[in-house]
Design a binder for this molecule. Structure first.
Ligand code: ADP
Ligand code: MG
Length: 286
């Protein structure tokens, strides 16, 4: 395409709320074979809510809220919001630690407390019944965290984030172009599959530690150019390594800096519109 065509293309994008950082990015869009999405905040709204509490509700919530008070994770926000609604005040903790992709730990009234997934709880014996409850909730697209105090698991909390209303349409449009769609998430496989099914995503890569997202993008690049769509701090390496990094405008500054394209309107359908724009710019009779 001529420099003029590129300027016209990026200018059109800007008017639609699709900020394209340069012409090379617009050209790469045209060759994309796979579109990879982060889950939380990209496909889903990113405002998860507590849906179930198993165990002594007041105690489970009190312990969980106390431990999560030091975390900025969306799951922590959901737990603290629910505690507030129930008028439960978090207690002070010491030695708080957030463990990426696993959960949080701290000491609470001289006992060790934990909130997180199985990766964090490998030293605990979890009741078969509680594990069955976990599976059932995960199949309903709910993320489950166990709450432990001292040497025992006192219960679990299920947290759900709903897909954005436009996600299904956005993904259908990409699939109609013959592109492969993939969800890449740190969440559990069952939860990820349930969400993927709701929105029509082809493939799920779950239980991914934040540091490993970029490696998975690289593996997918063996089959052709990859676009990665994300919003979080932990998405920045994947946004950088992808052939086309697409950041949600509502995302963290770090993600926005790493993206070659920014979707100002936070509308996932703009991924397909960016593809159409690139096609228009590059497939003209030369
Ligand atoms: P993503 O951003 O893709 O949802 P994360 O890597 O942030 O994934 O989290 C993956 C998993 O790690 C969560 O689903 C949860 O099981 C656990 N986890 C992470 N942070 C916390 C936290 N603050 N409290 C409880 N569990 C957590
Ligand atoms: Mg996210």
């Amino acid at each position: 395409a001529t420099p003029t065509a590129l300027m016209v293309g990026t200018g059109r994008g800007a008017k639609m709320g699709i900020l394209i950082k340069n012409g090379e990015v617009l050209e790469a869009v045209n060759d994309v074979k796979t579109v990879v999405f982060d889950k939380t905040g990209t496909i889903t709204v990113g405002k998860p809510q507590v849906t179930n509490i198993v165990g002594d509700e007041a105690q489970v919530l009190k312990v969980a809220a106390s431990l999560e008070a030091g975390s900025e994770h969306p799951l922590a926000t959901a737990i603290l919001a629910r505690a507030k609604t129930e008028q439960i005040t978090p207690s002070d903790v010491v030695d708080f630690e957030a463990i990426e992709g696993k959960g949080v730990t701290a000491r609470l009234a001289d006992q060790q407390g934990v909130v997180g997934n199985h990766k964090l709880l490998d030293t605990f014996k979890i009741d078969d019944e509680l594990v069955q409850t976990e599976t059932r909730l995960q199949n309903e697209a709910k993320t489950v965290v166990f709450v432990g105090l001292g040497d025992r698991i006192i219960g679990l909390i299920a947290i759900q984030d709903t897909p954005k209303t436009t996600s299904t349409e956005a993904i259908a449009a990409l699939r109609a172009r013959g592109l492969k769609t993939v969800m890449l998430t740190g969440d559990n496989q069952r939860v990820a599959e349930a969400v993927a099914q709701q929105v029509g995503i082809d493939e799920v890569i779950a239980d991914v530690l934040p540091g490993d997202k970029a490696d998975h993008v690289q593996q997918l690049q063996r089959d052709g150019k990859v676009a990665f769509v994300g919003d979080g701090i932990n998405d920045a390496p994947a946004l950088t390594i992808a052939d086309v990094g697409i950041a949600m405008g509502s995302g963290t500054d770090i993600a926005i800096d790493a993206g070659g394209i920014v979707l100002v309107k936070n509308d996932l359908r703009d991924v397909d519109r960016a593809l159409a724009l690139s096609q228009k710019t590059f497939n003209r009779i030369k």
